[in-house]
Design a protein. Structure first.
Length: 86
């Protein structure tokens, strides 16, 4: 396992163990396999009643996410703030 793979596995494990809240901040979020795994956990935790929040740079994600990215997160019960809105 590469260091990056180990870090990713650790991230998923820690997110899965959250009991009260998950707060995440990213410059770039790229939709794909890795993000979908994270999003699945975030959605599950939000449904369990945890306070799940994501802050991301809208400009940094401009070519990496769909136009309805923020709306989709909100629909899943995730509180979202984008900085540098484009």
């Amino acid at each position: 396992m590469t260091p990056g793979e180990a870090l990713y596995a650790s991230l998923l494990e820690e997110l899965s163990k959250a009991e009260h809240f998950i707060f995440m901040e990213y410059f770039i979020i790229g939709e794909g396999k890795m993000w979908e795994s994270i999003l699945e956990i975030l959605e599950t935790k939000a449904k369990q009643g945890l306070d799940v929040r994501v802050i991301y740079d809208d400009f940094g994600c401009l070519q990496k996410t769909k136009l309805n990215f923020k709306k989709n997160l909100i629909a899943k019960g995730i509180k979202v703030v984008n900085f540098n809105p484009f």
